[in-house]
Design a protein around this ligand. Structure first.
Ligand code: ACM
Ligand code: ZN
Length: 535
C-alpha cells in the first residue's frame, strides 16, 4: 500500500490533472471496503439545505432515513421529486444487472451526488457510503461501484441471559445497517429468560421472563469446593408484541431482516418453569440462575410439547416477515429423554434407534409445521445429528465441520465458527479486560476469517450463504458492555461478508479504521480501543 500512496503523492506533486484516480485511503475510508472506488481531484462542499431527490416509494423510504442521518453532518435536507439545485442527492432506481440485488453506484461531483441501484437496499447502501465520505460538510469527488460478496451478512444478539431496552436494539440495528449487514438474529428464549410476549401463555410473561437471582462472577472458574455466589436480585423482563413489531419495522426500513430464534428442544428451562408439564419429569423447575447447559429440556414424547410450540409460532410468525425462522437445536442433553416413558414410547412408535434420531424427529416435525406456513428453518449444527431436516439451513458454530457436512448434503449454511465469529470471547490478554466467557478472538482474527472452507468444491461452496458474528450475553450486563465486545469486531466481520475476497488486507483495514472509529464515536458507540495501538 505504501507504494500506492507514494505514487498518488507524486501524481499530486507533478500536477496530475486526471479527473479520477485510484482511491486514496486518506480521503476515502469506507468500511466495509467497496468493490471499486475512484477519487477525483476536487470535493463537493454541501451547504445548509440539501435536496434529496426521490420519486418511488422505495426511494422515498431511503430518502427519509438519509434526511435523518444528514443531521449528524449538520445538514438539513428536504425530499423532492426533482431539483435543478447543485446541492442535491439523487436516488435513482435503475435496471443494471451488474449491481445485483443490493449493489449501487455512487457518483459525487460538482453537481451533487447520484446513487443508482436496482432496489431500495442498494440505494440505502449507497447512502451509507455517501455518509462515510463526509469530512465536515465536504465529500471528495468519487465514482464508486459496489455490491456484496455474500447474501447473508449477520449479527446476533442474545437477550435471554441479559436484556437490553428497545432503544438499544434499534441502535444495534442502525449500526449493523450502517455496516451494510442485513440480518439481525434475535435470540429471544433461553434457560435464564423467555423474552417475547406470547399472549396464549401468560406464565411465559409472569414466570419464564424472570429469574430469582444471577450468579456472580464466572460460572465455571471457581476453585473446587467453593460454592457459587448469587446476587439475590430478581432479574428479567420481556419485549411486548407491540415493541417487537416496532423493532421489526425499524429494521425493515434499514433493509435489515430480523430472524427470531425460539430455542428447542434445549435451552428451555425458563419455559419449563412456567409450564412444567412440557418437561419429561413434570418438574418443578425454575428459570436458571447460572450459566451453562441444563438437562431439563422439552419432552419429545408428549403431544402437548408440540401443541405449545406450534401455538408459540402462531403468535411469533405474524410479527416477523422473515422467511427464515431459527429454531435453535444446540446443546440439548438427552439425559431426560433416555429415562422418560413418553420419549421412549415415541422412539418405539416412530422406530427411532437412538435419542439423536429423536431430536431429529423433533426438529423435522417443527420444520414441517413451519414449512406449511411458508417459512424455512435455520438450526445450529447439532441438527445434523440423527439426520438433517429436509429443507433446513445449518448455522455452523462448533467449528466449520457442520457447515462443510451440510453443504456436502446440498443444504445451505451460514458460517459462525467460534474461533472467528464469537464476540463473547476476550479480545486482549491484559488483566484489565472485563469478564468474558473465555476464548480469545482479536479483531485481526475476525478480519482474517474466510467463510468458504477450502474443502468445498465450487457447487458445495454456493451453499455458503454468508457468515455472522454471535453475541452471547452471560457476562454482558449492560448495553455499553455489549458495544465494547461487539465493536470494532463487527466492523471487521462486515468487511468479511461484504468485500471482495481478493481486496481484503488487514493493514489497509486498520488505516481506514482510523477514520471509522470517529464515526463509531459519532454514533455514540463504546467500542474497544485495542485496534488503536495499530494506528
Ligand atoms: C451456541 O453457541 N450454543 C450456538
Ligand atoms: Zn420426555
Amino acid at each position: 500500500m505504501k507504494k500506492v500512496y507514494t505514487i498518488l503523492f507524486l501524481f499530486a506533486l507533478t500536477g496530475f490533472t486526471g479527473r479520477f484516480n485510484q482511491a486514496d485511503p486518506k480521503t476515502v475510508s469506507i468500511v466495509p471496503k467497496p468493490v471499486s472506488v475512484s477519487v477525483g481531484s476536487g470535493s463537493k462542499k454541501w451547504s445548509g439545505n440539501v435536496v434529496v431527490v426521490a420519486r418511488s416509494k422505495d426511494e422515498k423510504q431511503v430518502a427519509t432515513i438519509l434526511q435523518e442521518l444528514l443531521q449528524t453532518k449538520k445538514l438539513k435536507a428536504s425530499v423532492k421529486d426533482k431539483s435543478s439545485d447543485k446541492n442535491k442527492i439523487v436516488l435513482s432506481t435503475v435496471n443494471d444487472p451488474a449491481l445485483g440485488k443490493e449493489g449501487y453506484k455512487l457518483s459525487v461531483n460538482d453537481n451533487g451526488a447520484v446513487i443508482q441501484a436496482n432496489s431500495g437496499a442498494g440505494l440505502f447502501y449507497g447512502t451509507q457510503s455517501l455518509l462515510q465520505l463526509f469530512t465536515g460538510t465536504e465529500t471528495p469527488f468519487v465514482e464508486i461501484t459496489d455490491y456484496p460478496r455474500f447474501a447473508y451478512r449477520g449479527l446476533h444478539l442474545d437477550v435471554g441471559r441479559h436484556m437490553f431496552p428497545p432503544a438499544f436494539i434499534k441502535k444495534y440495528i442502525d449500526l449493523l445497517a450502517h455496516h451494510k449487514m442485513n440480518r439481525f438474529h434475535w435470540h429471544l428464549t433461553e434457560d435464564q429468560g423467555w423474552r417475547i410476549e406470547i399472549k396464549k401463555y401468560p406464565k411465559l410473561q409472569e414466570v419464564a421472563a424472570y429469574r430469582k437471582e444471577t450468579v456472580i462472577g464466572h460460572a465455571a472458574t471457581r476453585t473446587r469446593g467453593e460454592k457459587k455466589q448469587y446476587d439475590g436480585q430478581r432479574y428479567g423482563g420481556y419485549y411486548t408484541q407491540e415493541e417487537v413489531k416496532d423493532i421489526v419495522k425499524y429494521a425493515a426500513d434499514r433493509h435489515v431482516t430480523v430472524i427470531p430464534e425460539i430455542e428447542l428442544p434445549g435451552h428451555a428451562q425458563a419455559a419449563l418453569a412456567a409450564y412444567p408439564n412440557l418437561g419429561c419429569t413434570g418438574g418443578p423447575y425454575e428459570t436458571a440462575t447460572t450459566w451453562g447447559v441444563f438437562n431439563d429440556v422439552f419432552c419429545a414424547g408428549k403431544e402437548e410439547t408440540f401443541t405449545f410450540l406450534q401455538d408459540v409460532f402462531n403468535e411469533v410468525l405474524p410479527l416477523f416477515p422473515s422467511t427464515y425462522i431459527h429454531i435453535g437445536g444446540d446443546e440439548c442433553p438427552k439425559t431426560r429423554w433416555k429415562e422418560c416413558p413418553h420419549c421412549q414410547k415415541r422412539m418405539e412408535t416412530e422406530k427411532l434407534k437412538d435419542t439423536h434420531e429423536l431430536q431429529s424427529y423433533f426438529i423435522q416435525r417443527m420444520e414441517k409445521y413451519l414449512n406449511s406456513k411458508g417459512r424455512q428453518i435455520i438450526g445450529w449444527d447439532e441438527i445434523l445429528e440423527g439426520g438433517l431436516a429436509p429443507n433446513a439451513t445449518v448455522m455452523s458454530w462448533r467449528g466449520e465441520e457442520g457447515g462443510i457436512a451440510a453443504a456436502r448434503q446440498n443444504h445451505d449454511v451460514i458460517m459462525t465458527p467460534g474461533n472467528w465469529c464469537y464476540f463473547d470471547h476476550y479480545q486482549d490478554t491484559t488483566k484489565k479486560e472485563p469478564l468474558a466467557i473465555g476464548g480469545y478472538t482479536t479483531v485481526k482474527e475476525v478480519y482474517g476469517y474466510e467463510p468458504v472452507p477450502p474443502q468445498l468444491n465450487e457447487t458445495e461452496a454456493k451453499h455458503v450463504l454468508g457468515a455472522q458474528g454471535n453475541v452471547w450475553t452471560e457476562y454482558m450486563k449492560t448495553s455499553n458492555y455489549v458495544e465494547y465486545m461487539v465493536y470494532p469486531r463487527a466492523s471487521a466481520m462486515a468487511e468479511v461478508v461484504w468485500s471482495p475476497k481478493e481486496s481484503r488486507n488487514y493493514d489497509d483495514f486498520v488505516q481506514r479504521m482510523k477514520t471509522h472509529v470517529k464515526r463509531l464515536e459519532e454514533w455514540g458507540v463504546n467500542y474497544a480501543k485495542h485496534i488503536e495501538k495499530e494506528f
